[in-house]
Design a binder for this molecule. Structure first.
Ligand code: GDP
Length: 299
């Protein structure tokens, strides 16, 4: 099944609600604005994006199809946040820091990013820097064996920054092209997580110039707008370059993608669409909008 089909299945409920409003509107009548607002809010796009999108449709309503206009408005909003991807070839090793709260799919993302690197003919190395949770390191070890990817791990309770230090030195020594660092994501402990991550970032930059070259924040698409406050905190304290939205195939409310991109002003770089090793794909805004809004004449 293609990624687009999977996305489409996941977003069927959201699309259904929007479709009802949009097909009424396509008969040439004025759309029911309240219903459109409700459908967008129900899809979790958030109040700010909803207001912008409805305004876009309203101002264009005499100039074309409502569904088309809405699709274009969502696409504009998503692409606005897109930034030029870093040139990967000149930086070696290229260091990617993966952050996010526990359970969102961070470790799985690290494994899948390393798999993508391998498939692209690059040599990856994973660093398990969540020394707080033994289970996270064990999980990454399993992935390392399964994918045949190098892993540097720390001892339980070791300073994560020191693990990253060792990991990056190993990467240089072994000639790795990509280093992907898994980090801790605990929220409710006395040890401040953000301080720890800031330190990890600083130490990374001492070993490899410019590292981390990309900090990716993993957000679980099924948690809805609750995840936003946490995401904002990571962005503000740590600096984040892009988002990985996991479990996108399981969300009934795909609008969270729009809400997150709009609220955080961050590009969605990858989408998780299943639990398998190949279920992490570069985010394609066009495919997503088609899956969310549908097309005229299709579903
Ligand atoms: P972490 O605590 O943030 O490191 O999260 P994990 O990587 O351990 O993932 C938590 C759970 O989410 C695991 O059962 C993963 O298989 C699952 N998961 C991760 N990404 C996806 C995804 O894109 N879709 C689905 N359905 N499950 C995912």
């Amino acid at each position: 099944m293609s990624v687009f089909q999977r996305l489409k299945e996941g977003l069927a409920r959201t699309r259904g609600r929007l479709s009802n409003v949009l097909s009424l509107a396509s008969t040439g009548e004025e759309p029911d604005w309240e219903q459109l607002e409700e459908a967008l809010l129900g899809a979790d796009v958030g109040v700010a994006a909803m207001t912008e999108l409805v305004e876009a449709v309203r101002s264009q309503r005499h100039h074309g199809d409502v569904r088309e206009t809405l699709s274009r408005a969502i696409l504009d909003l998503l692409l606005e946040t897109e930034r030029k991807a870093l040139a990967t070839s000149t930086i070696s090793p290229r260091v990617v820091l993966v952050v996010g709260v526990n359970g969102v799919g961070k470790t799985t993302t690290v494994a899948r990013l390393s798999r993508r690197a391998s498939l692209a003919g690059r040599k990856p190395l994973m660093v398990a820097a969540d020394t707080f949770r033994a289970a996270a390191t064990e999980q990454l070890e399993k992935w390392a064996v399964r994918l045949g990817v190098d892993l540097v791990r720390g001892r339980d309770g070791e300073d994560p920054a020191s693990v990253v230090h060792e990991g990056l030195q190993a990467a240089i020594a072994r000639g790795a092209d990509d280093v992907i660092v898994d980090t801790a994501g605990r929220l409710h402990t006395k040890q401040p997580l953000m301080d720890e991550l800031v330190k990890v970032k600083r130490i990374a930059g001492r070993v490899v110039s410019g590292a981390p070259h990309e900090t990716l924040l993993v957000v679980d698409a099924t948690v809805g707008s609750n995840g936003l406050a946490q995401a904002r905190r990571f962005r503000d304290v740590l600096g984040v370059d892009g988002l990985v939205l996991t479990k996108l195939e399981g969300t009934a409310k795909g609008g969270i993608v729009v809400a997150v991109a709009r609220e955080l002003g961050l590009p969605v770089r990858f989408a998780g669409v299943g639990e398998g090793e190949d279920d992490l794909v570069p985010f394609a805004a066009e495919d997503f909008v088609r899956a969310l809004v549908g097309t005229n004449g299709g579903d």
